[in-house]
Design a protein around this ligand. Structure first.
Ligand code: H2U
Ligand code: ZN
Length: 348
């Protein structure tokens, strides 16, 4: 028999990810383990603005021999090693055990800036706005042909990113990828049950308590979601009823650039390093039965836990059973909120 009352910052519990329907185990008492608190810079010596051996810098030759133009704004090109092709034949689909299906699409690379050394928090507001505009345009074009468009950025060697030159990728598919299938079903069910889009309900709740808010402006809300699995995972949600990035008006686009700079600066400031992550946009897939249930949002999944070099591994129980975290979402949000939204001097 237990006479203890539940304390979310002390007692193990599970939280439901409302967007995917999956659970995460939270073990906050483990965060009380002694913490050596190292936050030494990872020794990123300042990169040059132009790197002769970089595949992505202006004027340089790529791995397949193509030469980049001397671009001065975001530069988009078709991925030379695309994971998807527009015209692959369908495999035979008649085996009930070894099941396969066609996968067609396109992959592109978007260099955020000609400058090899400056990523989102180092770019000016107009430069980040230019990235937003490039995302809007390529997304609109690809959704004319494909069922889903994934805009994303892998940042940092720790995330398997192959080049430090600031860039993102765009993959379009003629099918709904797994995460999108889950989010579509969850958002449709919430709208049907409550009459409100799921992420609108999240915004209202998070604005009211502020506990998990990291940053906010008139058009955007950045939170550590209730169900975060990665230590400093965040969710950036549009306040407007939009479900595709190309629906953002000029002011929402400017304020997106602003909050992206502030959020990524907080990340970099946290461990005084170029903070690695995978981030990407979720938009309503073509053919969704419930596009009104969708709300445009971006996920940031950063691996770092305690310092520029100490990362969280999703292994053991996490890999075999379900994701687990020590730090609560509220504690992580507090840490990020306490960081300056202006990049620290030595990282500029
Ligand atoms: P990452 O940084 O996440 O590794 O992605 C870089 C992408 O750039 C990767 O998909 C492509 C790779 O195929 N690429 C080219 O298309 N051409 C090149 O010359 C180098 C890299
Ligand atoms: Zn470069």
């Amino acid at each position: 028999m237990s006479r203890l009352t539940f304390d979310a910052s002390n007692h193990p519990h599970r939280r439901l990810n409302a967007l995917t329907g999956e659970w995460v185990l939270v073990s906050p008492h483990r965060a009380r383990r002694p913490w050596q608190g190292e936050s030494a810079p990872a020794g990123d010596e300042t990169a040059p603005s132009y790197e002769p051996s970089c595949y992505l810098c202006p004027g340089n030759q790529r791995a397949n021999g193509a030469v980049n133009p001397h671009y001065r704004a975001p530069f988009l090109f078709a991925n030379d090693f695309a994971a998807l092709m527009p015209d692959t034949p369908a495999p035979p689909g008649d085996d009930e055990l070894l099941v396969q299906t066609a996968a067609r699409g396109e992959a592109h690379v978007l260099c955020f800036s000609p400058d090899h050394s400056r990523s989102l928090p180092q770019l000016s507001a107009p430069e980040v706005r230019a990235v937003v505009d490039a995302w809007k345009q390529i997304s609109r074009e690809l959704f004319e042909k494909y069922a889903f468009v994934q805009l994303f950025e892998n940042k940092g060697a720790m995330m398997g990113c192959s080049s430090p030159h600031p860039h993102g990728q765009i993959w379009a598919t003629d099918y709904w990828p797994t995460e999108i299938v889950k989010e579509d079903a969850q958002q449709a069910a919430w709208l049907a049950r409550t009459g409100t889009p799921l992420l609108q309900s999240v915004i209202e709740r998070e604005d009211a308590t502020g506990e998990r808010v990291v940053d906010s402006n008139a058009r955007w809300l950045a939170i550590v979601p209730w169900w975060a699995a990665w230590p400093f995972e965040t969710l950036l949600i549009a306040r407007d009823p939009v479900s595709r990035i190309d629906q953002l008006d000029a002011e929402a686009s400017d304020l997106l650039a602003e909050i992206l700079r502030r959020l990524t600066a907080r990340y970099d400031n946290l461990f005084a390093t170029g903070f690695p992550y995978s981030m990407g946009w979720h938009q309503h897939p073509a053919g969704s039965a419930s596009p009104e249930g969708w709300r445009l949002h971006a996920h940031f999944y950063p691996p770092l836990l305690r310092s520029a070099t100490v990362r969280k591994f999703m292994v053991g129980f996490e890999l075999l059973a379900e994701p687990q975290r020590d730090l609560t979402a509220e504690q992580a949000a507090q840490r990020l909120r306490d960081m300056s939204p202006e990049l620290m001097e030595e990282l500029r």
